[in-house]
Structures are given as C-alpha cells and as structure tokens.
Design a protein around this ligand. Sequence first.
Ligand code: TYD
Length: 133
Amino acid sequence: MYQIIDFKEIGDSRGSLVAIEGSKNVPFEIKRIYYIFNTHSDVVRGRHAHKKLKQVLICLSGSCMLRIDNGFRKEEILLNDRTKGIYIGPMIWRELYSFSSDCVLLVLASDHYNESDYIREYSTFLDFLKGGS
Ligand code: TYD
C-alpha cells in the first residue's frame, strides 16, 4: 500500500544533509514539489486519491499522522523522521491529521498539478476500484 524510503543521511562535523534525486532514490522523475506548514492540529488535509499521480511525503519538521486506505485496508503512520519518505502510488486514499504546530511536510510529485487526476469523493474512489467511474 505504501513503501518507506530510507534516505541516506550524510553527516559530518557541520551537520546533516539528505540528497534526493528523481528516478534514483525516489521511484519517479520529480515534476513538482510542494510543502504544507502552519496547519492547525484539528485540521484534516488530503482526503483524496489520485488516478495516476505518484508521491513521496517527507516530514521535515515536527510530526503529523498519515492514514492511507486502498479501499480494503487502512493503515496509520506517524511521520516524524526527515530521513524517511513515504511513497504512495496511484489509487490510494490519504488523509493527514494531528499536525504539530511546527510540522513542515514536503511532498514530491510525479506530475504537475492537475485537478482532473484527483478523486475527492470517497464513494467515487470505491466506485473506481470496482471498475466504474
Ligand atoms: P488540496 O489538494 O486541497 O490540498 P490537501 O490535499 O493538502 O488538503 O489543495 C489546496 C489548494 O491548493 C487547492 O486550491 C489546490 C491548490 N494546489 C495547487 O495549486 N497546486 C498544488 O500542487 C497543490 C497540491 C494544490
């Protein structure tokens, strides 16, 4: 349903660095980057699936919770490690919640923003999985 990517932390006496390269340590060419911050703790973000888009989520600061759902099974993952990415492929419902006030969530995406790639209704998501639309 998802994969954890362990990024190599390159540390020396000056501190730490993580390098991310499309189609190398992330399984797609990166076409878009966005980040989410200043999110209130009682807010739920996401609440959608993508038809084709692939994404990697990295919590750079603070923490948040990720709920993912393939229509059959749900999992909840704590994101609080800036050396780990969560890869989510197409047709996975995702919700993000319990954001700490200092949470900065970086998202790498395989394509440009395209509203027609979104499935924003959970019932439509289940219909898609059944082969409908
Ligand atoms: P939305 O998809 O609702 O965010 P989330 O899934 O994190 O809750 O996006 C919020 C707004 O930002 C919406 O008006 C679309 C816009 N947006 C862009 O313009 N480009 C982007 O890359 C993203 C992710 C969102």
